[in-house]
Design a protein around this ligand. Structure first.
Ligand SMILES: *Cc1c(COP(=O)(O)O)cnc(C)c1O
Length: 464
């Protein structure tokens, strides 16, 4: 066509390659049609074609070749029964992209019970009157941390936003320059602060902030000092920051609140596991923090949630704010957090809470586990290697543990392709690549997944 560029021609050619809806549907084997209503199948075909067309028009003519894959993927989603689970062989314990912390059996059971039954969520059993939501978690966290009152919200990001909105809107909040950070997923302290209506006042420098820096920034418009745990990076070397207790003393002497975003919500002493110290919720409360927020699904090892702990007065005010209703959790999460907290109360977290069970495993134990896999697989292309696993999830930055992994070398396909085949297989395994080999780190493979690892690796080896 006159004036048509080479790109236009490619685009037109690609569009012509797109099949018609009936062509996709008719090509389906009969057994794949039986389980779904005809209308759903047709809609999936139309969606596959439309999405490929949009991609071609946005400059990728190769999308024409992906229509059948897209169609199959859509149908798979509709036909899938239950939840798609994967084996985490990355060695990252709290893996955000793989759903952070798996919860304990007791927690899962509590969540399931709560989901399938009625329960006295907001009613007093004695009087039948309304009330009581969150009292259980408040009592558990009071026992574990000393906080007078707590609130469970959707996640830590919601906890911070709600806390700042309820306590600091229209007033100033002082933050150290080294703590005006981005946590990930677009969660930046300055943005959250703006969203809450609070006014950010940055003090000090990236590496050093002194108590006097905070002191000098305080004026009559100041509502609070905010301390943020830099979870996903470390500033080392020439650094300085005041202790939490010093900040609390300064804040209270000036009639301000001290708010802390502690990140991971740790309840145990991490030194016990050979890890660097991670601040605990109890330490924050003891230091005099008025409100501390944390995640439920990082080092707490529970379902996704945000914990807001603090003084009766501050948390009551937060709970009354209209946003509290918008970010509150449902009964299943409430039950799941309570069940998780009870493991700590009974001191059984190393046996019961999956992340602590994983973190507790010694490198020798993990090596023996890899050896058992190797014995079952019996293939010279696999061997045991020493690895380093990490906690992940924006907690304990730069802190790792020695671990053991199963390394697979298949010359004909290379590490990236081996990893891809493991991910798309059934069961799906997420390995990591170390020195041009796909490696399955034993630390993060759950106890009931040993057979799955063996099966997945055997299948990979047989197909290559
Ligand atoms: C992870 C993290 C957050 C975000 O927590 P979510 O539960 O994912 O919302 C906020 N602050 C800190 C310091 C964190 O580590």
């Amino acid at each position: 066509m006159e004036g048509e560029t080479a790109v236009d021609q490619l685009t037109r050619a690609a569009l012509r390659q797109l099949p018609a809806v009936y062509e996709l549907v008719d090509a389906l084997p009969p057994d794949q049609r039986d389980s779904l209503d005809e209308q759903y199948i047709t809609d999936c075909a139309r969606f596959a074609i439309d999405s490929a067309r949009a991609e071609i028009l946005s400059g990728n003519p190769d999308a024409a070749k992906t229509v059948r894959q897209r169609f199959a993927a859509e149908l798979d989603i509709l036909r899938c029964e239950g939840v798609k689970v994967v084996i985490n062989g990355t060695g990252v314990v709290v893996h955000t992209n793989l759903g952070r912390s798996p919860v304990s059996e007791a927690t899962a059971q509590a969540m399931s019970e709560a989901a399938t039954h009625y329960l006295p969520l907001e009613v007093e059993l004695e009087t039948g009157a309304r009330g009581g939501r969150g009292r259980e978690v408040s009592a558990l966290l009071r026992a574990l941390t000393g906080a007078q009152r707590s609130l469970v919200v959707n996640n830590n990001a919601a906890g911070i936003l709600l806390t700042l909105s309820a306590l600091c809107a229209g007033r100033k909040v002082i933050v150290s320059r080294g703590q005006a950070v981005e946590i990930g997923g677009g969660f930046r302290i300055p943005d959250v602060m703006r969203q809450s209506g609070a006014i950010l006042v940055e003090v000090g420098t990236t590496n050093r902030t002194r108590l006097s820096d905070y002191e000098q920034a305080i004026d009559e418009e100041t509502a609070a000092i905010l301390s943020v745990h830099a979870s996903n990076f470390e500033i080392t070397g020439f650094t300085e920051k005041p202790e939490l207790a010093e900040l609390a003393e300064l804040a209270h002497a000036c009639g301000l609140l001290l708010i802390e975003d502690v990140g991971s919500g740790c309840l145990v002493q991490t030194e016990r596991y050979g890890l660097a110290h991670e601040p605990t919720l109890a330490e924050s409360v003891a230091a005099g923090v008025d409100v501390v927020t944390a995640s439920g699904d990082k080092l707490l090892g529970g379902p996704q949630a945000g914990l807001v702990l603090g003084t009766e007065q501050a948390v009551a005010k937060i709970a009354r704010h209209p946003l509290a209703r918008a970010v509150r959790v449902d009964k299943t999460v409430q039950a799941g957090i309570a069940a998780t907290l009870r493991h700590y109360l009974r001191g059984e977290q190393d046996q019961q809470v999956p992340i602590w069970r994983m973190i507790s495993q010694s490198p020798e134990e993990l090596a023996r586990r890899v050896d058992r896999w190797l014995a079952e697989i019996g293939d010279p292309r696999c061997e045991r290697v020493a690895t380093t696993s990490v906690i992940g999830g924006g907690s304990l930055p730069g802190k790792s543990q020695p671990s053991a992994g199963l390394a697979i070398s298949i010359e004909s396909i290379g590490a990236a392709e081996a990893a891809r085949r493991l991910r798309v297989g059934e069961p799906a395994v997420f390995p990591r690549i170390i020195d041009e080999r796909a490696v399955i780190d034993a630390r993060t493979v759950l106890p009931d997944q040993d057979a799955g690892v063996v099966e997945a690796v055997r299948r990979l080896l047989a197909g290559s």
